[in-house]
Ligand binder design. Structure first.
Ligand code: GDG
Length: 734
């Protein structure tokens, strides 16, 4: 059975150096709790940075031994790597960029090199521990390159990836100097999970725009592999919060913690006292100054609430040595001081501000006491605090005000949604939260509670793992027809024995890779040599059959010993002879179609028209990828209406639409050829839609090979042009 290896920057336990030596404590995060059942349930292992830098081998061994008891393995990072990989590329480049704070994003070559290095170190640690076919689940933005490093070194592994922060729009990603590397890094995974559909959609758009891969719904088609993209909104350990909140509520007042008693006293000191709560790390993504300004606006607009409502703001220190964070701290300190100075009284502080973290017990007390949670990040991957607050409101007396920019807002539709940049809107939401009717409040919270109770952290983790295992099945379904060693040797044997042989080979995408500019896609020396060898085989005819125009084909292959079929079968040129037209031309239709295509070129920058003897072709390979696909759909619709009863047909190829005289296709050309020159051994290979005619028309005994992973009438498939070349060289070497 395959084992699970989890990889994340930090481990679910933390190691600290104390006077007695190293100590180990569990970390409280949602991820650790959620994956615990998987982690502990099998002989799985969790790999990550333990949080300390051992001074010597003895200390390193001590850390490793402690971690072993928790099924964890360390990746040790030195100070330099922490500065450049963690503080640098992760937190000063990716974090601001992915949260739409481009002005804070630093692009620094040293950061990048350290980031690559640490991703390599993680890969080494995983590979050293991974058995064949193990499953690896990689987490978050610190390890974006890891999936592809693993894929290249260990293709047997099943790799999942989950991103905990937003994946931003392509407009942001395109700024990054290492954008292709980052997107390619992720594509090493079999399954990539995001919190929301928006993040998934942004990722797919970046893949299409940067790398040009075809995407079918939620599958990205790479050379010979598919990557699945899906949405898994992370949940919390609902039961844990609910149970603790129940315990706290039922505790007699005198047994409650000092902090809880303080809160109780505050609430009871005046009738109608209300508490609004916010909890976050002190980070510029959290919208803390905007929130304070909204609270000030609320107090100005509703003086009747003065002395009645306080905002408890728990702000956890974070990245304290970074300048932006220090500036933010100063800004928040000043704002809190101003509001308290302006509105406060001897008995009342409008903002109760804590700049520290609190133990879990106090956290639950805050959650269960607060009448309103005011969570207004400017960007947030998910925001678990929102869910934790809801789970802790066991008496259902809570209202959630939640930023539209938090991933959680997609699931928590019953919350009061605000745009955190709109101070007035947020201030009015506070008023609404305080005046909402009891029935409405209870209905909203119970609906949300039901939802997040059902899709909790355990469900989240198990859904991801199930989806990851399903990708293995889907990939293997697809591999059923892959040319295996035994199929290959069968074909090679037949080829060696046959007395007459013909090979029909498509050109673009089959023998040569795709180029953005089709004119640059001429044959390279390696290909010429290979094709010459094929054509030189005894009793063998090599036929190149393509949609290309005959002038180009003549220029590339005119002096070679290959038979050429150009323009989808309209023209044939046998070795040593001139071009022969296979069907009389009727071309008057072009005058009607050309203006339509021209109007599409005008409206689709980067697209172009090619005129061939029997056809007109609209290419959109160089157009904006999404616009191109949209226009192609429209074009097919427009042209279909125009060509009724005209003996014309439309072919949809890879980023091309071709309108051509019907009855001319690669299949008919090939079958006419076979009719004239029967052969014992027939092989046909092609990657495109137009090659399907070839696969369908050839006799049953022909070996037909699709290049690529799409559905096909071919019997077998190979992944890409490189595999085709390797296959042909084996054939000729036999
Ligand atoms: C990433 C994404 C995404 C906070 N203060 C205290 C405390 N906390 C706990 C909360 C909660 C967690 O920290 C913070 O939740 P976030 O949702 O902000 O999660 P992060 O791990 O910071 O961030 C985020 C998340 O990943 C999950 O994918 O939601 O968008 O940025 O669990 O309870 N806990 C204690 N004392 C505190 O003072 N004990």
């Amino acid at each position: 059975m395959s084992r699970l290896i989890i990889a994340s920057n930090r481990l679910p336990v933390m190691i600290d150096r104390s006077e007695e030596g190293m100590t180990i404590t569990p970390s409280a995060g949602g991820l650790a709790t959620g994956l615990k059942s998987y982690h502990k349930g099998s002989d799985s292992v969790w790999i990550g940075w333990p949080g300390v830098m051992p001074k010597n081998k003895k200390e390193a061994d001590e850390v490793s031994n402690l971690l072993k008891t928790e099924q964890c393995l360390p990746v040790f990072l030195n100070e330099d790597l922490i500065t450049n990989y963690y503080d640098g590329f992760s937190n000063a480049t990716l974090w601001p960029l992915f949260h739409y704070f481009t002005e804070f994003a630093e692009f620094n070559e040293t950061f990048w090199e350290a980031y690559c290095k640490v991703n390599e170190l993680f890969a080494e640690a995983i590979i050293a521990n991974a058995e064949e076919n193990d499953v690896v689940w990689v987490h978050d933005y610190q390890l974006l390159l890891l999936p592809n490093i693993l894929r290249e070194k260990r293709p047997d592994l099943t790799i999942g990836f989950f991103l905990h922060i937003p994946f931003p729009s392509y407009e942001l990603i395109r700024i990054l100097p290492w954008r292709e590397e980052i997107v390619n890094g992720l594509l090493g995974a079999d399954l990539i999970g995001f919190h929301t559909y928006d993040y998934a959609r942004h990722f797919i758009s970046s893949v299409k725009r940067l790398l040009g891969y075809d995407v079918d719904f939620n599958q990205i088609k790479l050379d010979g592999r598919q990557v699945f993209i899906d949405v898994f909104p992370m949940g919390i350990d609902y039961k844990k919060f609910e149970t603790h909140a129940l315990e706290i509520q039922t505790k007699p007042v005198q047994e409650r913690s000092k902090e809880h008693q303080d809160i109780d006293r505050f609430l009871l000191s005046m009738p109608d006292r209300k508490l609004i709560l916010s909890i976050d790390r002190l980070d510029y993504t959290k919208g803390i100054p905007q929130r304070l300004n909204a609270f000030r606006y609320f107090l100005e607009k509703h003086p009747e609430y003065r002395e009645k409502v306080s905002l408890i703001m728990l702000t956890v220190p974070s990245r304290t040595d970074v300048e932006q964070y220090q500036n933010l701290k100063n800004e928040v300190d000043v704002l809190v001081g101003n509001i308290n100075g302006e509105f406060g009284t001897l008995n009342w502080n409008p903002v109760i501000y804590f700049y520290r973290s609190v133990p879990f017990e106090n956290l639950i007390e805050l959650y269960s006491s607060a009448d309103v949670a005011l969570l207004t990040p400017l960007r947030d991957g998910m925001n678990l605090v929102a869910k934790e607050y809801l789970a802790s409101k066991v008496n259902h007396k809570g209202v959630l005000i939640l930023s539209e920019m938090a991933g959680a807002s997609k699931e928590l539709g019953e919350a009061i949604a605000v745009n955190p940049n709109n101070i007035h809107d947020t201030g009015d939401a506070i008023y609404k939260a305080l005046t909402i009717s009891e029935t409405e409040r209870e209905k909203a919270i119970t609906t949300m509670q039901k939802r997040i109770k059902r899709y909790d952290i355990h469900k989240w983790a198990s859904e991801f793992m199930t989806a990851l295992h399903n990708t293995i099945e889907k990939q293997s379904e697809h591999h059923a027809r892959k040319i295996t060693t035994s199929i290959k040797s069968k074909i090679v044997n037949e080829f060696a024995k046959a007395e007459s042989k013909v090979l029909f080979l498509d050109y673009d995408g089959t023998l040569q890779r795709f180029f953005a500019n089709p004119q640059s896609a001429g044959p390279d020396e390696e290909l010429y040599q290979l094709l010459d060898e094929v054509a030189d085989q005894k009793n063998t005819t090599l036929v190149l059959v393509s949609g290309r125009d005959r002038e180009t084909f003549n220029r590339w292959f005119g002096n070679r010993k290959y038979t050429l079929i150009a323009e989808h079968g309209a023209w044939l040129r046998e070795v040593g002879k001139g071009w022969m037209e296979r069907k009389p031309v009727h071309n008057e239709w072009k005058d009607n179609i050309m203006p339509v295509l021209e109007s599409y070129v005008d409206r689709t920058p980067g697209s172009l028209i090619e005129e061939k003897t029997y056809s007109l072709v609209w290419h959109y390979r160089k157009a904006d990828i999404e616009l191109g696909v949209l226009r192609a759909l429209d074009l097919v619709h427009d042209i279909s209406n125009l060509i009724i009863n005209q003996d014309l047909e439309i072919l949809e190829g890879k980023k091309v639409i071709e309108i051509k005289v019907s009855g001319i296709n690669k299949g008919m050309a090939a079958s006419d050829f076979i009719h004239e020159k029967p052969a014992q051994f027939i092989l046909a290979m092609g990657d495109d839609w137009t090659d399907e005619f070839l696969f369908k028309e050839l006799p049953e005994n022909a070996h037909t090979v699709k290049v690529g992973t799409e559905n096909s009438a071919a019997k077998y498939y190979l992944n890409n042009y490189k595999e085709v070349r390797a296959f042909l060289s084996e054939l000729v070497k036999s």
